[in-house]
Structure formats: C-alpha cells, structure tokens
Design a protein around this ligand. Sequence first.
Ligand SMILES: NC(=O)C1=CN([C@@H]2O[C@H](COP(=O)(O)OP(=O)(O)OC[C@H]3O[C@@H](n4cnc5c(N)ncnc54)[C@H](O)[C@@H]3O)[C@@H](O)[C@H]2O)C=CC1
Ligand SMILES: O=C(O)C(=O)[C@H](O)COP(=O)(O)O
Length: 372
Amino acid sequence: MKIFYDENIPYAKEFFHDFGELVPFAGRELSAEQVKDADVLLVRSITKVNEQLLHLNTKLTFVGTATIGFDHIDQSYLKQRNVVFTNAPGCNAISVAEYVLSALMVLVERLGFDLKTKTIGIVGAGNTGTRLSEKLDALGINYLLCDPLLEKSGDARTFSSLNEIVNCDIISLHVPITKECEHSTYHMFNQAVLTELSSQQILINACRGEVIDNQALLQLKQNNRGPHLVLDVWENEPKILTELIAFCELTTAHIAGYSLEGKARGTEMLYQALSKLANKPIEKQLEQFLPKAEFEYEKQHPNNELITVKQRVFDVYDVRRDDKIFREQLNIKSFDYLRKNYPVRREFSALELSAQHSWPQTLKNLGFKVKV
Ligand SMILES: NC(=O)C1=CN([C@@H]2O[C@H](COP(=O)(O)OP(=O)(O)OC[C@H]3O[C@@H](n4cnc5c(N)ncnc54)[C@H](O)[C@@H]3O)[C@@H](O)[C@H]2O)C=CC1
Ligand SMILES: O=C(O)C(=O)[C@H](O)COP(=O)(O)O
C-alpha cells in the first residue's frame, strides 16, 4: 500500500509506517503525476482534492484530511469514484477555544474591561463553539449561541438569531465556509452587517477568512469605524489582505487550531479510520507519542479568580507570541512558511497543577490537569 501524506501531518510515520510505503509531500505542491499511484492520500487543508488532482490515479481507496474543515475536498467526486473519505471532527476544537480564551485575556488587559460584565456571541455551536462555551461556563461568563442548523435538528440548548448575536459585546465565529445553501456563511459578515458593529465591540474570526468580507472590513477600519479585531484566518490565504493587519488587536497565520495535541489528534483520527477500513486492530494511541510538557510557571496565589486564570492561560499559551511572529516575519517569510514552522504549543491539559493551587476547580473545568 502506498500512502501519500502531507509533510505537515505530525506523527504520520509513527501511526502509519506499518501500513505500507510512506511518501511525504508539500501540501500546496502535490501534482496529479506525483499522486497517480497512491492507494491512500492524507492531506491538510491546503491541498485541493478533486478530479484535477486525481484524474491520473486509478488505485485510490481512501482520502483523509487531518482537519475538521473539508471545503478543500470534492466529496461528490470521491463518492463517484468509491473512495472512502474522512475528516477529523473535533480534533482541534480545544486548541481554537484556548486561542480565543487567550485572546480575550489579552484584550481584558489591553482594553481594561471585566469579562464577567460582557456577553459573547458564539456563531456556530459545533465542536469548537461548544468547547468555547464550556470554558466560558467554567468562568461564569455570559454567552449566546447561534446555530440555526443545530437548532433545527433538535439540539436542546437555547439558541439566538444572528441579529441578536451582532449586538453582543464580543462575537466569535466558528462556522464552516458554505455557499449557496440556506444558511450559507460566505460573507456572513458583509458590509451591511459589519457597518452595524460599533467600535466598542470585538470581532474574532478563527474559522474561515471568507466568512468576513475582508475588503469591506478594511474600508470600515480605514474610516476609523468597525470593531476591535482578532483575526486568525483570512480571505484568499496565503495571499491575504495585508493592509488589514495594522487594524487588528491580535492577528495570526491560521494557527488557532495548531496546538500539538490538536494537530496530532487529527492524525490519530485518520489512523483510526484507516485501520477500520483495512480491518486492522487499533493498537496505537496519541499519548504514546506526545512529549511530556515542561512549563515555567510562577506559583502565585492571587485571590482574584480571573487574574489567576489569566496567568495560567498565559503560562501555557500567550497568543501575543504568535501575533508578534506574524507581524514581524510576514514581510520576510511567507504565510505558509509561518504555518509550517509553527513553534510548539501545548493545550491547557499539558500543565499539571496541584490541588493546592488557587481556584483548582475553575482551572480543572477550563481543561488544566489538576492533581488531587
Ligand atoms: N483557525 C483554525 O485553525 C481552525 C479553523 N476551523 C474552522 O472552524 C470551523 C468550525 O469548526 P468546528 O466547530 O470544529 O466545526 P463543526 O462542524 O463541529 O461546527 C460547525 C458548526 O457551525 C454550524 N453552522 C453552519 N452554518 C451556520 C450558520 N450559517 N450560522 C450558524 N452556525 C452555522 C453547524 O451547524 C455546526 O454546528 C471549521 O469548519 C473550520 O473551517 C476549525 C479548526 C481550526
Ligand atoms: O481543521 C481545520 O479546519 C483547520 O482550519 C486547521 O487548523 C487547518 O490546518 P491546515 O490543514 O491548514 O494545516
């Protein structure tokens, strides 16, 4: 069996070496000629998997993307060819939720507000929106959920309309990119919606760039209007609208989901799916491969819950590190280079705290490991 895998899929060798021959490739450079004798194709979001890529291949049985998003996959073409397809739902949801929380902690400090007096509008209440809402629950922060598809499907949570969400103090977007369907998300935040937002509000996009009309957003900001911005994703990646960067409070290179755990969970999910297809027992688990994390953290015991939480969040992940790299290096390195060479980042669960730590239950509910 010949398995082609994106070189940016962590632990691919560890998970797949005993399935057959492994062939790494650069995600944006894969050609039809190169992939013509692949039995299995494992990609990330930057490889478009369609007839153009696969027309020379007659052997393919399985395509997996180590991501939740699958807008880069022509699923009907794969179906027509009887190729089994899987994505990795939820693999990086914790990572994105922790990115958002870290960003909120930075903005609390920078803009000087109390998070407990704000309401966060979460658009898209799937894996990521749910993980984020759980972290907000842990902190007692108010939020509204907007997800007409889940609402219609009978999800028991309370949902709000997009009109209600646009009035929230903070809006965080967690939807797939969809076009030409009832609740399509392409330019969901178009000029008309963006114009309704005030300069006191915060808009966070860590889903897909095309959910916001980037050009309209730039025009608004150039006219000294529009919300505070946290942008991880961009229209037309990797050729992004760089003029927007200067108007962002925090800005990064589509790395919200790039915790080591988040990326590697995607690999593990593909391993599980391929094992099932190949009738092989599931013998490997991610924990075997993840290194133990070492953190330098100050063992302070402030009596303010949010200050303690903020310190522990930054001990594990301070989004300002990635914002700085992005602003300083995008002129020298490419968008893809910054993503490919992303420094290691761990999830809250990698920091083990003792039960004697201040606010142990809150930290546990947020996802930190608390030793009893
Ligand atoms: N920046 C990054 O690194 C990452 C970005 N993403 C992006 O974020 C998106 C969401 O991720 P997950 O929560 O894991 O996906 P998911 O599929 O679990 O959840 C998406 C939710 O959005 C809802 N939705 C669809 N259209 C909607 C609309 N018009 N209004 C409100 N809700 C709508 C769906 O019903 C679903 O519940 C992914 O599709 C992907 O594009 C995901 C992971 C990492
Ligand atoms: O899972 C998704 O969807 C994402 O957006 C991932 O963070 C994309 O990562 P790459 O596949 O572009 O490495």
